[in-house]
Write a protein that binds this ligand. Structure first.
Ligand code: F6P
Length: 341
């Protein structure tokens, strides 16, 4: 059996560990399994950019960030769709595809599977917002990086008596902000799931300062103030009617400074959170996913993906990952907020 592996969507620490786990499990336990690597996600599939993938290619890669296969956000349905995918798989003798990706990737995988193409999946997102699984690899690494950055911001904030605002990833959900904010002891955690007022934010800043602390705020990139709606972004304005220059952190910092009188600086961590070596936790989770997905292929469970439930790797349909994001529950936010003031 020939299995093609592809990584698609934003990169994520741990992708290489999945690839290695899958290849090593396949070739060491089954004489009749061979792998090929599909370059740059669905793009490489429709363009037939496909290469041998064996032990030499996966040696020592689980500690490497990024993906040795490359990635893209190409939608296969815009480049030939089902007929083209079937044609390339048949030409290359590929029996099944392991697609490693987030919601967009898995949605495309589901559509292709519905048309008879043999695909299984591995969930991936640093944001940890896929509802089918308790955790995704990459999230622990992103939280670790954000926490370390905030520990560093705190020492410079303390030295200058400044308020420090750290903007972290999270377009739709605040898991990275919640976990890194709790770990770093932030005085406020601002997440997309909970709109907040400037008065409330400045209250937390004032309260930290009154206790002699240099305030530390973590904000997820998708956070919105209570006065913000979609019209603000459509008009290219920030919540205060000014032209929007940077991210939400850059928008909040001058306003906090003006309202509280405390000098404030913002830092956007951006793609640093997705780069570099994965944590041990992410390597282990990703490796387990990679090994488990080979069983899903051999059981011919097309349209299914591996997922984490507690400590067990289970198999769930692609649908479970689609349509609704795993948001931060109010109870988790309330628990963290006890520590703000
Ligand atoms: O979905 C993961 C994510 O890291 C988001 O948190 C972030 O908004 C986005 O990807 C960035 O995407 P890109 O790498 O395309 O800029």
């Amino acid at each position: 059996m020939k299995i093609g592996i592809l990584t698609s969507g934003g990169d994520c620490p741990g992708l290489n560990a999945v690839i290695r786990g899958a290849v090593l499990k396949g070739i060491t336990q089954h004489d009749d399994i061979e792998f090929v690597g599909i370059k740059d996600g669905w793009k490489g599939l429709v363009e037939a950019d496909i290469h041998p993938l064996g032990r030499p290619q996966v040696m020592g890669i689980s500690k490497q960030g990024g993906t040795i296969l490359g990635t893209s956000r190409t939608n296969p349905f815009e480049y030939g769709g089902v007929p083209r995918v079937k044609e390339v798989m048949s030409d290359q003798g590929i029996d099944a595809i392991v697609a490693i990706g987030g919601e967009g990737t898995l949605a495309a995988a589901k559509r292709l599977t519905d048309e008879g193409i043999q695909i299984v999946g591995v969930p991936k997102t640093v944001d940890n917002d896929l509802s089918a699984t308790d955790y995704t690899f990459g999230f622990d690494t992103a939280v670790e990086i954000a926490t370390e950055a905030m520990d560093r911001l705190r020492t410079t904030g303390d030295s200058h008596g400044r308020c420090m605002v750290a903007e972290v990833m999270g377009r739709h959900v605040g898991w990275i902000a919640l976990h890194s904010g709790m770990a770093a002891g932030a005085h406020a955690i601002l997440i997309p799931e909970r709109k907040t007022s400037m008065d409330e934010i400045c209250g937390w800043v004032d309260s930290a300062r009154s206790r002699g602390r240099a305030p530390l705020i973590v904000v997820a990139e998708g956070f919105k103030l209570d006065v913000m709606d979609d019209a603000h972004s459509e008009r290219g304005l920030d919540a205060f009617g000014r032209p929007r220059l940077g991210g939400i952190g850059d928008m909040l910092a001058p306003e906090i400074e003006e309202r509280t009188g405390i000098e404030t600086r913002a830092t956007t961590l951006g793609h640093i959170q997705r780069g570099g070596t994965p944590t041990a936790y992410d390597r282990v989770l990703a490796t387990r996913y990679g090994m488990a997905v080979i069983d899903v292929v051999l059981e011919e469970q097309w349209g299914k993906m591996v997922a984490l439930r507690g400590t067990q790797i289970v198999t769930v349909p692609f649908e479970d990952a689609l349509g609704r994001l795993k948001t931060v529950p109010q109870s988790r936010y309330d628990e963290a907020a006890i520590l703000f003031g």
